[in-house]
Design a protein around this ligand. Structure first.
Ligand code: OGA
Ligand code: MN
Length: 197
């Protein structure tokens, strides 16, 4: 597993955006997809907010994804495996890069066709606990025509990442502005933040 950890960290150091195409194995990705299907079936995926106190209506113009927060206490082997692995990654990152991360939070996200998340940064204006943004994608055979790419705004270029199953990205939460372009196909992911609290 350290190979994927190294790949994510090294590409982050070299290019400001870490990308590891096979960070999640396909069995784990499939399990997390099934979890999203069950959560949606049980009507547990809810409209996502923005900031930490903005009204729902403004949020809805910004983003149309639905989310559900993970929790170690959930009795689910795939969720527990994901949180175990991200915990291992955080320990590895702290050990190799002295990052001092001591908390994290992750949610499932689903973008139904027609959904997007407009250009934004991940740190709240009144709260700088979020240090790194971490996103794992869950979509098999994603095509360019499916839209729904992650677009990252570098000073002189825009980087596009396809949300292909297993691919994981890492970037600083107070760093690059980014957006999710309009998705033409149902798009699933797990998004989280590595924090200092
Ligand atoms: C977010 C976000 C990007 C993505 O949830 O804050 O920017 O590719 N997600 O899902
Ligand atoms: Mn974001």
């Amino acid at each position: 597993m350290n190979e994927a950890f190294e790949q994510l960290i090294n590409s982050f150091i070299d290019h400001e955006v870490g990308i590891a195409p096979h960070f999640l194995n396909e069995k784990l990705a499939e399990g997390l997809r099934q979890n999203i299907n069950h959560l949606q079936h049980d009507d547990l995926m809810a409209d996502a907010g923005i900031g930490n106190e903005t009204g729902k209506e403004r949020a809805h113009e910004m983003r149309k994804d639905k989310i559900y927060w993970m929790d170690e206490s959930h009795d689910n082997i795939f969720e527990q495996e994901f949180l175990q692995m991200t915990g291992d990654f955080i320990r590895y990152l702290n050990r190799t890069c002295y990052t001092g991360i001591n908390a994290c939070e992750f949610h499932y996200a689903v973008y139904e066709p027609g959904s997007f998340y407009r250009r934004h940064r991940d740190q709240f204006r009144n709260d700088d606990q979020r240090k790194f943004s971490f996103i794992s994608y869950l979509n098999t055979d994603w095509l360019e025509s499916d839209g729904g790419n992650l677009l990252l705004y570098h000073p002189d270029s825009v980087q596009s990442v396809s949300p292909e199953s297993g691919t994981t990205v890492l970037f600083k939460s107070d760093g690059l502005e980014h957006e999710v372009s309009l998705a033409n196909r149902r798009r699933m992911s797990v998004t989280g933040w590595l924090k200092q609290v």
